[in-house]
Write a protein that binds this ligand. Structure first.
Ligand code: B12
Length: 338
């Protein structure tokens, strides 16, 4: 047990975040994110790596400046929730099925995590004399979440481009509270360990991975489409996660063939990571898990009406992609059946 009375406000906040069911919590200040990150992002966009995600080209000023999302911002509390599912019991499927990415086997994390952040905000308000201001961020806010998580000491960005914590692994969902309170900041995840850098050779961008990923190419090898290319640059145009969650009416044949049986999202690059293998599974039993969403029956999806889709996926990230795109994905999985 911990003694709340002898703790600083920052320690209490981090402790309460863990009590609420987050697996990691750190604090960084609200200063502009370093120029290396912005420059990486800009070069990444210029090379067309964002595919049709036009929203990534917008709000660039806000993405790297938390204070542009909340006036007078002084601190950012960064949290991570481990979503590694318990190993599935193998059930031989009678008819063809499509695989769903681990995060979408749970209820929609945007809503679930936002509720946790609000509870954390209420706890903070109860513990200070003033009325603090908060901006709650989960994924959809234009904010460089991985860069901030690194700065708050939560982990490093690996060759699979995931924010990885050496203990909690690579399947972590990130969320932040930007506040006008001045809190004690954590040290960034050690820079000498995260010594990734970008270089240019014959005008090609090349990522030199840091110590943590040195000698390991498992994620790159596990990517069936080459979205994680050997130069360390991630290209969303080729990423199965992007393709299966996009609105593209028709996925090019040569890519569709490589999608295999993935009907929604892809976990190849996180599952291949040695830090994932050794990580604990999700310990938050309130984060509603649906074992029946891990493998979806393809003919069920193809024959589904809009009403049935809305009912089955009412609280799932799958709802966001829509029935038409899910049917497109189901057809691809069906064509890829051996
Ligand atoms: C757009 C998006 C996608 C796109 C593009 C993914 C991508 N790699 O960019 C698509 C749809 C493909 C996607 C897929 C997935 N996503 Co997504 N996605 C986002 C979103 C909304 C923006 C990401 C972004 O800005 N991309 C542009 C690139 C350039 O930025 P970045 O990868 O974040 O890299 C930053 C830093 O890491 C740093 N950086 C990276 N490499 C290097 C190298 C050097 C040398 C330097 C200096 C800096 C640097 O610079 C960048 C800017 O700060 C974020 C939420 C958010 N607001 O940040 C979630 C987010 C990144 N996604 C998330 C998840 C869980 C996934 C999937 C696992 C889902 C799935 N199973 O299908 C996959 C993983 C694919 C992958 N390997 O990245 C999580 C990742 C958590 C984590 N532990 O890292 C996030 C943070 C959402 C969340 N709140 O939890 N996603």
């Amino acid at each position: 047990m911990y003694n709340l009375l002898s703790m600083t406000l920052t320690e209490k906040i981090k402790q309460y975040a863990l009590q609420l069911g987050f697996d990691l919590a750190g604090v960084t200040d609200a200063a502009i994110i370093d120029a290396d990150n912005e420059s990486y992002f800009q070069k990444w966009l210029l090379k067309g790596n964002a595919a049709s995600m036009d929203y990534l080209h917008k709000n660039l000023d806000k993405r790297f400046a938390p204070a542009k999302l909340l006036g007078n911002a002084r601190s950012v509390i960064v949290t991570a929730l481990n979503y590694k599912p318990h190993p599935a019991k193998h059930v031989a499927a009678k008819s063809p099925t499509g695989k769903v990415a681990a995060y979408a086997q749970y209820e929609d994390y945007h809503t679930f995590i936002k509720n946790l952040l609000h509870k954390l905000g209420d706890f903070i308000t109860e513990n200070v004399d003033s009325k603090p201001a908060f901006k709650f961020c989960v994924d959809s806010v234009p904010l460089a979440e991985r860069a901030l998580a690194h700065r708050a000491g939560l982990g490093f960005v690996g060759k699979n481009h995931m924010l990885i914590n050496p203990t909690q692994g690579a399947q972590l969902l990130l969320a932040e509270i930007i506040t006008d309170l001045k809190l004690d900041i954590d040290q960034p995840y050690p820079k000498d360990i995260l010594n990734s850098k970008l270089t240019t050779e014959n005008s090609k961008l090349i990522l030199i991975a840091g110590e943590e990923c040195k000698g390991c190419d498992k994620c790159i090898q596990a990517c069936p489409t080459g979205a994680l290319n050997a130069d360390g640059i991630f290209d969303a145009n080729l990423c199965i996660s992007y393709l299966t969650q996009s609105n593209i009416p028709e996925i090019p044949k040569e890519l569709a063939e490589k999608i295999g049986d993935k009907i929604f999202g892809c976990d190849n690059c996180t599952i291949a990571c040695p830090y994932h293998r050794n990580a604990p599974v999700c310990r938050n039993s309130d984060f509603k898990f649906y074992p029946d969403r891990a493998q979806l029956n393809l003919s069920d999806i193809l024959n589904m009406t809009q009403e049935q889709f809305d009912e089955k996926f009412f609280d799932s990230p799958i709802r966001r992609v829509g029935l038409t795109n899910m049917k497109r994905n189901a057809n691809i999985c069906l064509q890829n059946q051996p």
